[in-house]
Design a protein around this ligand. Structure first.
Ligand code: FDA
Length: 404
């Protein structure tokens, strides 16, 4: 019996992944006159954009610079970030009349909806002539003087193949390891991957100690030997979250402890000594509760017993300078040893990925395989929380779009 007829479509540029990086690359390539097609297995383009920033998409950060990114080669991101900047993306957003605002720390969000960003990208793709084909499973990729991609919807041929399939975070949204598999097929090294920008889980004994605290948040400095972040920390049912913890999770390895300054704006020693003079009958807890959430003070007070810094029910007038120094040290460098993280299920990003030392920082083209490009999160470039990861997707997608 003859094989059923399979369609074959030939384009200049084939992009796998209709996410942030893939769509940016597609509109640029098409604007340069390249026939361009984006394939994705999802039912919808830009799914992560749609749910990002609580539905408002933190689409860039005004302070984006190479220091906001992790990679085995921290220099790699410099060229792309300087050629397509946060200001360039903002110009595009403004051109489409999308209302936006700065939240904190240079983070730019849509006023209305993340849908505005996806619609903008799709509109740009359409007007440049780039096509986006969804619900298409990628079955195999081969190279013979050009790329042939076999899919559930027929075969595709192209001179340039761009891998924009993102990382492993949030498999529910369609994340798969396809990009890493294709990279390995063509001889690329993969920097070991792990979940980043992810909440911590706690050991059972810590979970029990802080079981009354889910929902409690406070401004802290979270620190380890590599870095420090001054932002909010949030207690959850499983452990610790909030921007400070998400940020430092990208710099954390299993088995390590974190130091948390619970009162970064105050000198606890000065505070207690002054209060001891002014209100000697007040308790330590009541004094601290003016500066920290009350429920947190209660939990810390209980914990202080086991950590050798007891201040249970003590009046300020009854504590010595030595005890004050101990309490101060305890609160300024509260130590916590996470059990692990919540993993890819809730992580915002994937650390590691395609080794950037085998990719051109000017074009995102593979140095091992002509015509093969990697952009966005699939590469070993990971931004901080705050719009940096989308900026990397825009910048890397843009430079590849100039080169394919
Ligand atoms: P992205 O993941 O966007 O796109 C990859 C595409 O490839 C997807 O459309 C997927 O369906 C497709 N694909 C994957 N495997 C495939 C396969 N086997 N076959 C076919 N198609 C396949 N960043 C930021 O800067 N600001 C923010 O506000 C947020 N918020 C945020 C919230 C949440 C909940 C998450 C999970 C992440 C964020 N991020 C973020 C991170 C940001 O979403 C992420 O870094 C970028 O979307 C990465 O863009 P990419 O285009 O590389 O991948």
């Amino acid at each position: 019996m003859a094989e059923p007829h399979k369609s074959l479509v030939t384009v200049d540029t084939l992009i796998l992944g209709a996410g942030a990086a893939g769509l940016m690359c597609a509109m640029q390539a098409a604007q340069r006159g390249k026939s361009t097609l984006v394939l994705d297995h999802a039912k919808q383009a830009g799914k992560k954009i749609l749910i990002s920033g609580g539905g408002r998409c933190n689409f860039t950060n005004l302070h984006t610079s190479p220091e906001n990114f992790l990679s085995e080669n921290p220099h790699f991101c410099k060229s792309a970030l300087s050629r397509y900047t946060q200001w360039d993306f903002l110009e595009l957003v403004n051109k489409h009349g999308i209302p936006w605002h700065e939240k904190t720390l240079g983070q730019l969000f849509c006023d209305d909806s993340a849908k505005d960003i996806v619609q903008m990208l799709l509109r740009e793709c359409k007007s440049a002539g780039a096509k986006v084909q969804l619900r298409t499973e990628i079955l195999s990729v081969d190279y013979d003087h050009g790329y042939r991609v076999r899919t559930s919807e027929g075969d595709f041929e192209a001179k340039s193949l761009v891998i924009a399939t993102g990382g492993l975070s949030m498999p529910k949204l369609g994340a798969t390891p396809l990009g890493y598999q294709i990279a390995e097929q063509f001889g690329h090294r993969i920097v070991p991957v792990r979940a980043g920008l992810v909440p911590f889980t706690l050991h059972d004994h810590d979970k029990a100690a802080y079981e009354e605290l889910p929902g409690v948040a406070t401004e802290v400095i979270a620190e380890n030997q590599r870095t420090a972040f001054k932002e909010a920390m949030l207690f959850t049912h499983r452990g610790l979250s909030g921007p400070a913890m998400l940020q430092i999770s990208s710099y954390w390895f299993p088995g390590e402890s974190l130091e948390v300054n619970l009162l970064p704006h105050l000198d606890v020693s000065d505070l207690l000594k002054t209060a001891r003079q002014e209100t000697p009958k007040a308790t330590v807890a009541s004094c601290l509760a003016k500066h920290l959430p009350k429920r947190l003070v209660q939990a810390l007070q209980t914990q202080s017993e086991t950590r050798g810094v007891p201040w249970q029910h003590k009046a300020l007038g009854d504590i010595s300078n030595v005890e004050i120094e101990k309490i101060s040290k305890y609160l300024h460098s509260w130590s916590v040893k996470p059990n692990g993280t919540e993993g890819y299920r809730t992580a915002e990003v994937t650390l590691g990925g395609v080794d950037v030392n085998q990719v051109s920082s000017k074009t995102m083209e593979s140095q091992l395989q002509p015509g093969l490009y990697f952009i966005g999160e699939v590469l070993d470039v990971t931004g901080w929380l705050g719009g940096y990861n989308f900026q990397w997707a825009w910048s890397s997608g843009w430079v590849a779009g100039q080169s394919v």
